[in-house]
Design a binder for this molecule. Structure first.
Ligand code: FAD
Ligand code: NAG
Ligand code: NAG
Ligand code: NAG
Ligand code: NAG
Length: 547
């Protein structure tokens, strides 16, 4: 674990010097290995030759060869793999012509291409070591078009942020149905993963709410795809970790947007009571519109946070609530409503709450505008940024745990592995995937009902204690090891693996399908190298051709 890559590149320039002195060789070697594993040895045509030939293409946008450090950085702030160049496309055709050129240059060319949305990846997934990063955000100017009617939808550029889509669709009284907790993410970035949040139990993840996509394959073709047209590509790209194409446009289903949200938090001291209530709520036909939950570990600081982040109309009981240093579980739910429906909404909420078994003195209610509710994490972002606590390493771990194993998991992880630490929020909530689309490439556990458990710690730079990057990474490793050892049937979400074998295990029964689609849409494995799934494209492709 000690050899895990601490941040060699930038945590601020002066800090860089200190790290450099302390860990010089070890760190640099590790980092180099880590990045180099993304590419394949001995390319026949050196990447920079391809690059110079690329520069002869007459594009609307341009390539930048210098000052590209930001493309070697992401929200995780753990992996830093610099690209050779960045493409700043102005048009879709800039991207397709570039990829087509790389594809046609030579089958052994090793210039890899990574689409970069906002770079909110955690482990270098949007990076391309010695490759080409496509800065999707420069692809602006394509208009957002909202269509009303019985099945409303919006057409957007894949580089658009969800927060921008929210504001635009609200002008028409409409909004997407399924969200992420944080909206300053791109459509292309979340659709490559899934987009899971408190609405997914009802509407499925974001990838289940897409009508049509425009995609550039690893051969440089621009294809429109949907359930009825190029369906293999459509479902391949949804949850496909960028392996089959770069999404350039998306048509997203909308629903009438509410004006306001009743936002509710209640606490439990018993894990089994907490999960029973959560599972009950997601099983109802008429229930809340959003259901999540989180763990409050044995740290009074976190408990205070639980209230202060939630400023309005704090009832007296909850402000007097004392944690006694125990672990609590917070159920967080929301009900959408419009002014004029307040009374009916309150009755429904009272009815639902009356069936739950939370600690009565911990009922915490507020009413906020719909936008404020959806954009809630941005408020925390601003606060953390102001304190310089946003751009720290984020060794996050997202797991999907089958319902039948969640108690075993909670016992081991919350009470043992994490008993003496608390470095950030831990989200935990169930979904029932029986009505989710099972043709996408999102990998989930086998049981219908599973829990999303998200460990969202921040590491303190240069700490050597329990809040250090190394310590948190080793805790994550213990959690992953436990899941394996106890055979929980867990899956990683926003998965990260270093070896081919681990990826095979992750994809399980759809691994063969994955390889087939890869050989069809990105046969030279040019795209999305940061996931390290197809590290050796030649071998992979030849194997397939021989089959
Ligand atoms: C604060 C925070 C909260 C989050 N909350 C949630 C949550 O509630 N639910 C959830 O599901 N996720 C959540 N995420 C994770 C988020 O979905 C991922 O970070 C995702 O990568 C989106 O970020 P991005 O748009 O910056 O994409 P990037 O990090 O830039 O890219 C992500 C991956 O997609 C590829 N990619 C990017 N654009 C495209 C494209 N147009 N076409 C094809 N591939 C592309 C990249 O190559 C990379 O492999 C959260 C992340 C953060 C930082
Ligand atoms: C990279 O590859 C080398 C050699 O195959 C291996 O020793 C090293 O552990 C790999 N690093 C990572 C982070 O996978
Ligand atoms: C919780 O924290 C308190 C104060 O730090 C400590 O005394 C207590 O033993 C802890 N309880 C558990 C269950 O870890
Ligand atoms: C999941 O949803 C399906 C379909 O609505 C339902 O039949 C099933 O009972 C649910 N599973 C659980 C464990 O609640
Ligand atoms: C996928 O879903 C369809 C329709 O809901 C169902 O008929 C099919 O059996 C499912 N396939 C798998 C592998 O679960």
């Amino acid at each position: 674990m000690g050899s895990l890559p601490s941040d060699c590149f930038e945590h601020g320039k002066f800090l860089f010097v200190i790290v450099f002195i302390v860990v010089t060789l070890n760190c640099l070697t590790t980092k180099a290995n880590l990045c180099r594993n993304n590419s394949v040895a001995a390319p026949r045509i050196p990447a920079y030759d391809i690059l110079s030939s690329l520069q002869t293409l007459a594009l609307d946008g341009y390539f930048s060869l210098e000052d590209n450090g930001h493309a070697a950085k992401d929200f995780g702030n753990i992996y830093h793999c610099p690209p050779l160049a960045i493409l700043h496309p102005k048009t879709v055709s800039d991207i397709s012509r570039t990829i087509k050129h790389i594809f046609e240059m030579d089958s052994a060319s090793q210039l890899k291409v990574a689409a970069r949305g906002r770079g909110h990846s955690l482990q270098g997934q949007a990076q391309a070591y010695q490759g080409l990063v496509v800065n999707m955000e420069s692809l602006k100017g394509s208009e957002m078009v909202v269509h009303g009617g019985e099945f409303p939808y919006v057409d957007v550029s894949a580089s658009e942020l969800w927060i921008v889509i929210l504001h635009e669709t609200l002008k028409h009284g409409l909004a997407p149905k399924s969200w992420t907790d944080y909206l300053h993410l791109t459509v292309g970035g979340t659709l490559s993963n899934a987009g899971i949040s408190g609405q997914a139990f009802k509407h499925g993840p974001q990838i289940d709410n897409i009508f049509q996509l425009e995609v550039i394959t690893g051969k440089g073709e621009v294809l429109t795809c949907s359930e009825n047209q190029n369906a293999d590509l459509f479902y391949g790209v949804l949850g496909g970790l960028g392996q089959f194409g770069i999404i350039t446009r998306a048509r997203i289903y909308l629903e009438p947007a509410p004006i306001k949200v009743k936002w509710i938090r209640v606490l439990y001291s018993e894990f089994s009571v907490f999960t029973r209530d959560q599972e009950y709520l997601i099983s109802l036909e008429n229930t809340f519109d959003y259901i999540e939950g989180f763990v409050i570990t044995n740290r009074t600081g976190i408990l205070n946070n639980w209230r202060s982040s939630f400023n309005p109309e704090d009832p007296i009981q909850s402000s007097q609530f004392n944690s006694d240093g125990r672990t609590f579980y917070c159920l967080e739910v929301a009900k959408y409503f419009n002014p004029g429906e307040t009374e009916a909404m309150n009755q429904e909420v009272d009815q639902l709450l009356s069936e739950l078994s939370y600690i009565p003195s911990t009922l915490f209610l507020s009413e906020v505008p719909y936008v404020d509710f959806l954009d809630r994490v941005h408020v925390s972002e601003m606060k953390l940024r102001a304190k310089g606590l946003w751009e720290v390493p984020h060794p996050w771990l997202n797991l999907l745990i089958p319902r039948s194993k969640i108690h075993e998991f909670a016992h081991e992880v919350f009470e043992k592995i994490l008993s003496d630490t608390s470095n950030g929020p831990i989200l935990i909530y169930p979904v029932n995937q029986s009505r989710w689309n099972n043709r996408t490439f999102l990998v989930t556990p086998e049981e219908d009902v599973f829990y999303l458990v998200a460990f969202l710690p921040s590491a303190v730079p240069f700490s050597t204690g329990k809040d250090s990057l190394d310590y948190i990474l080793s805790q994550n490793e213990r959690i992953i090891e436990f899941c394996k050892r106890a055979q929980l049937g867990a899956k990683q979400y926003l998965a990260h693996y270093n070896t081919r074998e681990e990826w095979e295990g992750h994809f399980g029964t759809i691994w063969e399908l994955m390889r087939r689609r890869k050989s069809e849409y990105d046969p030279l494995a040019i795209l999305a190298p940061g996931h390290r799934i197809f590290q050796n494209s030649k071998a992979d492709t030849n194997l397939l051709l021989a089959m």
